[in-house]
Design a protein around this ligand. Sequence first.
Ligand code: PLP
Length: 465
Amino acid sequence: MNDSLRQNIVGIDTQVPTLDGGFKQYIFLDNAASTPTFQQVLSCINDFMPWYSGVHRGVGLKSKIATDIFDLSRKIIADFVGADLEENVVVFGKNTTEVINKLSNRLGINENDIVITTSMEHHSNDLPWRQHKNLIHIETDEDGFLKIDHLKKTLEEYKGKIKLVAISGASNITGIINPIHDIARWCHNVGGKIFVDAAQLAPHRKINILPNDDSEHIDFIAFSAHKLYAPFGTGILIAPKTIFENGAPDIVGGGTVKSVSLDEVHWANVPEKEEAGSPNVVGAIACAKAISILENFGMENIAKHELDLLEYAYKKIQNIPKITLYGPTSNLRNKVGVITFNVDGMFHSHVAAILSYEGGIGVRNGCFCAQPYVKNLLNISKEEEKILTDEIISGNKSKIPGMVRASFGCYNNYEDIDIFVEMLTKIVRKEFNGEYIQEKETGNFILSSEQKNFETQNFFTHFEN
Ligand SMILES: Cc1ncc(COP(=O)(O)O)c(C=O)c1O
C-alpha cells in the first residue's frame, strides 16, 4: 500500500556489511531522529539548481525565479498545517531547536509571566524556556501520559498570568500524541497561548492549526524538514506576524533591515526581519516538495499505514520474553510509530550495537534528548539520578540510563518489522556472535579487538583525489 513511497526512498536498497562477512539490506528504524529523502525531492532540487541564486536581493532573472520558488515553498508549508498567511508568518531557521529558541527570545515574556511546559519534552522544547523565571513542568504518569489534572489545575491556579503553554504534539520517546486542540482551548480560556513542538507530529498526522479566532487554534507551531523527508537543513516556525512587530530580532545582520545609518536601524517586515543572513533556499524548496509528496499520498493514509505497522510490531514484540516496553502498548491510535524498550539484563547500547553490526538494522539508544522523561519512565529515583549524574559528569557513562528505540517512517513495511523482530529474538536468546566491550567514556558497545578488523568499507569516493 505504501509501495509508491517506499520505492522512491533514496537508499532503500542500501547494502551494509555485517559481522558474518556478508551484506544485508539496511533496515532503517531511526526515522524519529531523521528521515531519508525521496527521489522526487532530489529531482526537484536538481531541476532547480541551474536556476539557483541568492533570493530577495538580486535583480537577475535567476534571483527572481529563485525568490518566487522560495516564496511558493513558504506558502506550501503554511498550507500543510492550515496556516493563513494574512495573519501568520512562516519563519525559516536551521531546525526545530533553533526556531523554538527564537520564539522563547522574541515572545516578550516578562518577569511575572508564567510559562508552562511538560516533563515529556525533548530538551529542545524545555531548555529554551528555562531562561524565564516562572517555568512550570507538568508531570507525566508511569506510562508517559501527561497528567491532565495537573495541567488543568495549574492553568486555573495561574489564570490571567499564563503567557504560554509549550507542549509537544507527539513524544519522540513514547509516541504519545497530546490533545493539543483541547489544551489550546483550556489555555485560551485562561488568557494564555499555546506553542506546539510538532517535530514528531508533522511527519505522521494531518495538522490543522485552525483559524486564529478559533478557540482551539494553535498559536505557534514548529517542525523540522529533516524529519519530513527533506534532510537539507530547514526548521519552520509559524506564528502570528504581530509577535515580531516589536523589538529587534534575536539575530541581527544582513537582510533584516529597511534602512540603516550609523545612528539608526529600521527593521524589515517579517519574515525577513527574523531571518538574518542568506536563507537556505534549497532546504525550503526540498521541504515543500517532500510535503507535496506526503500530501499527495494522503496524511490519513500514512497515519493508517503506521498504525497497522505499530499494531503488527507490538503483537510480535509482546511474544518475545524478557522485553520491557515503555509507554502505551494498546489503543495505538493516539500514538505515532515509536517503540521503546529494553532487553532484561542487557545494556541498551549493547542491544543497539548487535542490531547494527549483526542485523544491519539502524535504531537508536539512550535518552533521545529527553532525559527527565526517560528517567521517569525508567523509574529512576532522585537519589539514583544524583549518583548517575555524578558518574556521567566525571566521564563514566557505563551506567548511563536509556532505552532502545525503533521508529517507523511512512515507507517501512511488515518485512522490515519481521527482520527486526527476528534479530531481537536472537539477541534475547543470546544467539549473537560478536564479542562486545563497553567504552566507559561513551557508554557505547563496540566489537572486541579481535573482531575489530570488521570495518565498514569506505563507500564514499567524492572527496578522494
Ligand atoms: C519532539 C522533538 N522536538 C524537537 C526536536 C529537535 O529537532 P531538531 O533536531 O530538528 O532541532 C526533536 C528531535 O528529535 C524532537 O523529537
